[in-house]
Design a protein around this ligand. Sequence first.
Ligand code: KG4
Ligand code: ZN
Length: 348
Amino acid sequence: MLGIETTCDETAAAIVERDTDRRGRILSNIVLSQTDEHAAFGGVVPEIAARAHVEVLDLLIAQAMAEAQCSFDALDGIAAAAGPGLIGGVIVGLTTAKALALVHRTPLIAVNHLEAHALTARLTDGVDFPYCLFLASGGHTQIVAVRGVGDYALLGNTMDDAVGEAFDKTAKLLGLGYPGGPEVERRAALGNPQRFALPRPMQHRREPDFSLSGLKTAVRLEAERIAPLSDQDVADLCASFQQAIVDTVYDRLRAGLRRFRERYGAPNALVAAGGVAANQSIRQTLQRLTDEQDIALIVPPPALCTDNGAMIAWAGAERLACGLTDPLDVAPRARWPLEAIVPAIPRG
Ligand code: KG4
Ligand code: ZN
């Protein structure tokens, strides 16, 4: 399966194999990040992103095919992320996939980008359904019950900012670079997490939802109060912010796992996905939580947690194995919630 990803600021193409035992193998996985093109603007500029995808996508696909030593005749399908995401970029990837599918008479699979994040743990670790997914990226913060291919139940969501977005906005207001997550984590390692008393929004609520915009505002007020900021002030703010996020993730996921058990019984694992799962402090707190609850923790390697083509190819392969393909007039979608996807095997 060829997988194409263009929903945000990474252009990516990959070839993945799924054998009859549903074991996955990545034959190539090429990601070109546009970070440099957007850095000057402190965030992703949709128009720049779409143009950058157009410029490199065909070359990346050729490179992915060459590295995998794969010919188009050997492909069983072509998968592209058809949303959710920045619509200009989604159109570039999906239209390219349609053209290739038409020319090579190969099935097209229009993959939901979030579904691809959700299924990555089956590529890396072969985990069985059902499992609990914590998806934390720049655009999404969700706790999801993954019950089968296409069978996703949303347990918790953010009411405002996503976790990655909170990292990015905090970095921006402290004058750090974009993307903010890695930079905030680096500074936090040099700071005192107890110096600032920041809020832990939603703590102890039964509903496993998040609200993070208040935390970001609290960081801003503290920064304004003590301005001008020394390097140590910035480090202490980053450390205190990250600690508030870590405590919030622990508490909200505990509520999420409780809800999972109430509705679906014991999960086979807690799976983390999305760029934020690269954060070591967040990984440690997930480890502590799953140790306490005697649940397996699966965190795919960072390169498969952030946006990539292998996850799209794998989701395409899982869907194709269930007999799910899409017509060539399938529409790109800027918004496409996971729960809108229909289960491959209807539940009776
Ligand atoms: O999944 P992803 O690559 O792209 C999407 O948003 O779909 O996630 C990117 C997000 C950014 O907000 C970035 O700041 C955050 O993940 N991130 C991190 C870390 N690395 C990336 N957040 C916290 N700590 C990190 N080490
Ligand atoms: Zn993503």
